[in-house]
Design a protein around this ligand. Structure first.
Ligand code: HEM
Length: 430
């Protein structure tokens, strides 16, 4: 346990091995979700808003830059806070654990901004992500999903993340931004590092801050080169739109464009990839649900995809800062306090979902907070992610319906509920 003024460890009755847990410790986040949820279930019941010391830091931040935080774990509270940006702002940082300000500035873009700048920047790209616009590119997404699954079919199995889950989000977002095919793997590897630095596998024996800095530099440099090229040679992609866009009569700087690029590359890749892996594992364990889906995929994929996102909750946390004193469940929060939203816990809230640990592809209603609790920062890519998930599972069902996944190897991260590797097997098809 790490000491601190506000430390509040959660004691779980009947737990013989680990009677207390520190929500900010990275090892806690390396455990399977169901294991973690024993603690969250207790918080949801007994302490919906609780004060904790700063989360574990591996980047070497000075103590004064590591504030304590309030943990918000219930569904209704996550929704309420997400929809009240006047009281809970994003401009003071959105990551659970702090990072050096220059890193955040280079990677968060409008995710960590408030109105009016947030709305203006988000507005520059939002038209590319509307359900109508996504419907226009759906055919292409389906064709790519078909190709990916057909290429995997003769192998008979392997690491599902590399074979299938990673590929469609990579192609989709790279196509939209306009990343040339030859650079895609490199860009995604760097984008991955930004969210995996908390896992020892990512940094090995190097200081994590160095690995993070290098990855960010790779992305920033690449984005700047691409921006310069698109200034001279405009195309139909998002990068061409960004370099020619104006806000209040001014062009975006290359640094702003690079941060935009980093945000879209990270948000567009990891979340959908990990949802795909968690969903395949759930379908392998819950065979009745797989049978139900295979019985009528056309009809059932829509509700199934919502359950995939609720079940996976690939984004675990985002943070807000109070702009004025607020009261939450009898707790007085002063202005300037950090408030962390625990999405996975909200998606297992017994008050919002009946039998929340039942994986139910026909669950209705299923108003999960996997894409956020609503409000101005609600996931820009929700339609795109849904379309990709429908396409990939449609093709898996069609081409390799017998695919089975083993236990996943989980990422150690308090931000992304990630699957590093997951072996899968199926009968090879020519
Ligand atoms: C299953 C897949 C996905 C999940 C679960 C997910 C989840 C989330 C969550 C929880 C947020 C924060 C919401 C909030 O603060 O209220 C978010 C924001 C965002 N997402 Fe997604 N996301 C997914 C896929 C995507 C994709 C494919 C893109 C495409 C680029 C994307 C782009 C973004 C962006 C740009 C933001 C920031 C929005 C803002 O601050 O205004 N996401 N996402």
């Amino acid at each position: 346990m790490r000491g601190g003024e506000y430390s509040r460890l959660v004691a779980v009755p009947g737990a013989s091995q680990t009677p207390e847990v520190d929500l900010g410790s990275l090892d806690f986040w390396g455990q399977p979700a169901q294991e973690r949820d024993r603690y969250f279930a207790q918080l949801r019941r007994d302490a919906p808003v609780s004060r904790h010391e700063a989360p574990e830091d591996i980047l070497g931040m000075p103590d004064q830059a590591r504030p304590g935080y309030w943990a918000v774990v219930r569904y209704e509270d996550v929704r309420r806070i997400s929809r009240d940006p006047e009281s809970f702002c994003s401009g003071e940082g959105t990551q659970f654990a702090d990072a050096p300000p220059e890193f955040l500035e280079a990677s968060m873009s409008f995710l960590a901004m408030d109105a009016p700048r947030h709305s203006k920047l988000r507005g520059l790209v939002s038209s590319a992500f509307t359900p109508r616009q996504v419907a226009r590119i759906e055919e292409g997404i389906r064709a790519n999903a078909r190709l990916i699954v057909e290429e995997a079919a003769p192998t008979g199995g392997g690491d599902f993340v590399q074979l299938v889950a990673k590929r469609l989000p990579l192609i989709t977002i790279s196509d939209m931004i306009g990343v040339p095919a030859a650079d895609r793997e490199r860009v995604v590897a760097a984008a991955d590092l930004l969210v995996t630095t908390s896992d020892p596998e990512a940094f090995g024996d190097r200081p994590p801050i160095e690995v993070l800095g290098e990855a960010l530099w790779t992305l920033t440099e690449f984005a700047t080169e691409l921006a310069s090229y698109r200034e001279q040679h405009p195309g139909e992609d998002l990068m061409s739109g960004l370099v020619h866009a104006e806000i209040d009569g001014e062009r975006l700087t290359h640094a702003e464009i690079a941060a935009f690029f980093v945000l879209l590359s990270v948000a567009g890749n990891d979340t959908t990839r990990h949802t795909t892996s968690h969903a395949l594992r759930a379908l392998s364990v819950h065979r009745d649900q797989r049978a139900l889906l295979q019985d009528d995929p056309e009809q059932r994929l829509g509700t199934a995809v919502e359950e995939f996102v609720r079940w996976a909750s690939p984004v675990l946390t985002f943070r807000r800062t109070t702009t004025r004193p607020v009261e939450l469940h009898g707790q007085q929060l002063a202005a300037g306090e950090k408030v962390v939203l625990f999405y996975h816990s909200a998606n297992r809230d017994e008050q919002a979902f009946s039998d929340p640990w039942r994986f139910d592809i026909a669950r209705e209603p299923n108003r999960h907070v996997g894409f956020g609790g609503g409000g101005p920062h609600y996931c820009l890519g929700a339609s795109l992610a849904r379309t990709q998930l429908r396409s990939i599972f449609g093709e898996l069902n069609r081409v390799i319906p017998d695919i089975e996944a083993d236990e996943p190897e989980l990422l150690r991260s308090a931000f992304i509920h990630g699957v590093k590797r997951m072996n899968c097997t199926f009968r090879p098809r020519a």
